[in-house]
Design a protein around this ligand. Structure first.
Ligand SMILES: [Zn+2]
Length: 256
């Protein structure tokens, strides 16, 4: 039986008209509950939160490499949110945060694989550039677009925070936090995955789709094979490769 969990949620920070974004490293105190909130200390700024909850856990078994996994494509076009990235977007990796079961040296390849897929899907309208590595392991409006493992207060597998100008749709700061509380692995394969663990590239590729402005899709009949399907599973790698519908969604955002 598949174990479904949420893949994460996106925080969308909406800047009101005439609002001048103020850079701040202070973490915001926003509940990890579905809803729309006021950003403390920033009048006019709204925070939209999507939470995907974990289903009850079953007893785990030692990871074993399972192969010949299927990766069906799907034509259903993934929907978009309200932000876009500029033509060049720099990301910063936190290798020191990576679980030993994945390996800190693997992060650059895992992230590059995901970013390259999405860059191609955009019709190369978005170029992802790797900036200097960082030790930042929390989300913040700090000009660092971090990909890191770290703590989240809830039970999200991954959390992606997108701060953007609510008037222009311009992305301002994007962070992905992979939840350190779960057991991670990396098969470096599109057909094999380690059972009873979450494949880092599988989940990260989904989270990076949010960076470009894609939403979560929950209609299993049409989207269960899409990278942007809102649920993930242990021992899953089919999100490592984009479906035609994932690519079409990203292409549509950057080639209107
Ligand atoms: Zn998601």
């Amino acid at each position: 039986m598949r174990r479904l969990v949420f893949l994460g949620f996106a925080f969308a920070f909406l800047f009101g008209l005439f609002m001048t974004p103020v850079l701040s490293a202070k973490p915001t105190d926003i509940p990890e509950e579905d809803g729309i909130y006021d950003e403390p200390g920033h009048p006019g700024v709204k925070v939209r939160v999507f939470v995907h909850r974990e289903r009850p856990a079953k007893p785990s078994t030692p990871p074993t490499l399972v192969c010949e996994l299927t990766d069906p494509s799907s034509p259903a076009i993934v929907g978009k949110e309200a932000w876009k990235l500029p033509s060049t977007w720099t990301y910063n990796l936190n290798p020191s945060s990576v679980p030993a079961s994945v390996g800190s040296g693997s992060l650059q390849t895992i992230a590059a694989n995901g970013f390259n897929d999405w860059q191609s899907a955009s019709g190369n309208k978005v170029h992802f550039a790797r900036g200097s590595d960082t030790t930042v392991s929390r989300q913040a409006y700090d000009g660092v677009n971090v990909v890191t493992w770290g703590r989240t207060s809830g039970s999200a597998l991954g959390v992606t925070y997108i701060r953007y100008n609510g008037t222009t749709g311009e992305a301002l700061d994007v962070d992905t936090i992979m939840n350190s509380k779960f057991t991670w692995s990396w098969s470096n394969s599109v057909s094999c995955a380690y059972s009873s663990t979450y494949d880092a590239e599988n989940i990260m590729t989904h989270e990076l789709g949010h960076w470009l402005g894609l939403t979560d899709e929950y209609d299993a009949a049409n989207y269960q094979n899409a990278t942007m399907y809102g649920y993930g599973a242990k021992g899953e790698v089919k999100k490592v490769t984009l479906t035609t519908g994932d690519s079409a969604g990203a292409f549509a955002i950057y080639n209107p």
